[in-house]
Design a protein around this ligand. Structure first.
Ligand SMILES: NC(=O)c1ccc[n+]([C@@H]2O[C@H](COP(=O)([O-])OP(=O)(O)OC[C@H]3O[C@@H](n4cnc5c(N)ncnc54)[C@H](O)[C@@H]3O)[C@@H](O)[C@H]2O)c1
Length: 328
């Protein structure tokens, strides 16, 4: 018996999935995680120190949905200088019955979407319902999907932005103001951005860009940028004064926002309040008090990729999109 694979390129993927349809499947992935119905070993990293980048593999299996796959993804923050995205990915979906590869797809916009969707799920369960102002520090690809997802779950009236690159700031403001129809205010520094209800950080930095004294009571923070050992965006005192929710404890302790404070003894794993899946599944409560500061520490889970890839695959089959390639 021969095996064929469905090849879905960027253009195919962009026509199949968007933040609106990815949000609910990613929420469901967190639910399955909370119920303990997933297999998801922590990411495996190759560190290309000489090239300021890394390459990761991320396998995942959702038992109830019976879907599985693996993502291969890099992070090279200098790539935009040569016209390439910082993050690029290839996603493979496999049959759980035979193990055969079913589809190979561009995982680049998939990564942006599933990361945005995780931020949207976190904002839905953890931010104040009356949140109106979003603050964004770092204005690259992840910032765009974070904003789109948050605007799906909260009635946002204003967005405050800061990026160290003027060019990125102008591009973000022009593009997103037009797309989202929301007022976007460019701020002179990161501090001004923190005067908001939901703060999102999406920078690749290795020392904090947000100080504890800048964060108002009641703020929810999506800390997205730190997703490898040594990366850190927030003053660790923010974590000490907040309810910290991670996507997965083992992975976050190694590579999330909490990794540096844990390794230098400022913060401990026992201080983590919950995993997001425990909140989505009702095992733990989300926001408890209006004035709480909550932090979602996102590293990105393989199960987010698998559910998003499965959504794209099912839609591609329905619409007869993609190219059938013979494997053997
Ligand atoms: N948690 C997750 O699931 C997940 C998923 C994808 C990417 N990431 C991480 O998110 C980060 C951003 O990824 P991206 O794809 O948006 O990259 P990007 O290169 O498109 O955007 C990053 C932006 O941050 C800005 N920046 C850098 N240093 C800054 C500073 N000190 N102050 C303000 N702005 C600064 C850059 O100018 C750039 O505009 C990376 O660290 C990446 O590894 C996390």
């Amino acid at each position: 018996m021969g095996i064929t694979i469905l090849w879905l390129n960027r253009k195919d993927m962009d026509g199949l999935i968007d933040i609106h349809n990815v949000l609910p499947v990613v929420e469901n992935a967190f639910l399955e995680h909370g119920l303990g119905k997933v297999q998801m070993p922590p990411k495996v990293y190759l560190d290309f120190k000489a090239h300021n980048g890394d390459l990761r593999t991320m396998p995942g299996y959702l038992e109830n949905m019976d879907i599985a796959g693996v993502k291969l993804v890099n992070v090279h923050p200098d790539n935009p200088k040569i016209g390439l995205p910082t993050v690029m990915a290839l996603m493979v979906l496999n049959s759980t019955k035979t193990g055969a590869p079913l589809a190979v797809m561009d995982g680049t916009s998939l990564t942006d979407l599933r990361t945005g969707a995780a931020g949207g799920v976190a904002a839905k369960y953890l931010s104040r319902e009356d949140s109106r102002v979003v603050g964004l520090i770092g204005l690259g690809r992840q910032a765009r999907t974070q904003l789109r997802a948050i605007m799906e779950v909260r009635d946002i009236k204003m967005v405050k932005i800061f990026d160290m690159s003027k060019e990125s700031t102008v591009a973000f403001k022009v593009e997103m103001e037009k797309e989202m129809g929301v007022e976007i205010e460019s701020e002179p520094n990161a501090r001004e951005v923190c005067d908001c209800d939901i703060l999102v950080t999406t920078t690749p930095v290795k020392s904090p860009v947000v100080k504890a004294g800048w964060i108002r009571e009641g703020t929810h923070i999506n800390a997205i940028g730190a997703d490898a050992a040594g990366k850190e965006e927030l003053d660790p005192m923010i974590l000490k004064n907040a309810n910290v929710i991670v996507d997965a404890i083992q992975q976050a302790s190694h590579s999330g926002e909490v990794n540096v404070p844990i390794s230098n003894g400022i913060f401990s794993v026992s201080e983590i309040y919950a995993e997001l899946g425990q909140i989505v599944s009702g095992i733990k409560q989300g926001r408890e008090n209006y004035s709480d500061i909550t932090v979602f520490d996102s590293t990105g889970l393989s199960i987010q990729d698998v559910v998003t890839a499965d959504l794209a695959y099912q839609r591609a089959l329905e619409r007869k999109v993609g190219l059938e390639l013979e494997l053997f």
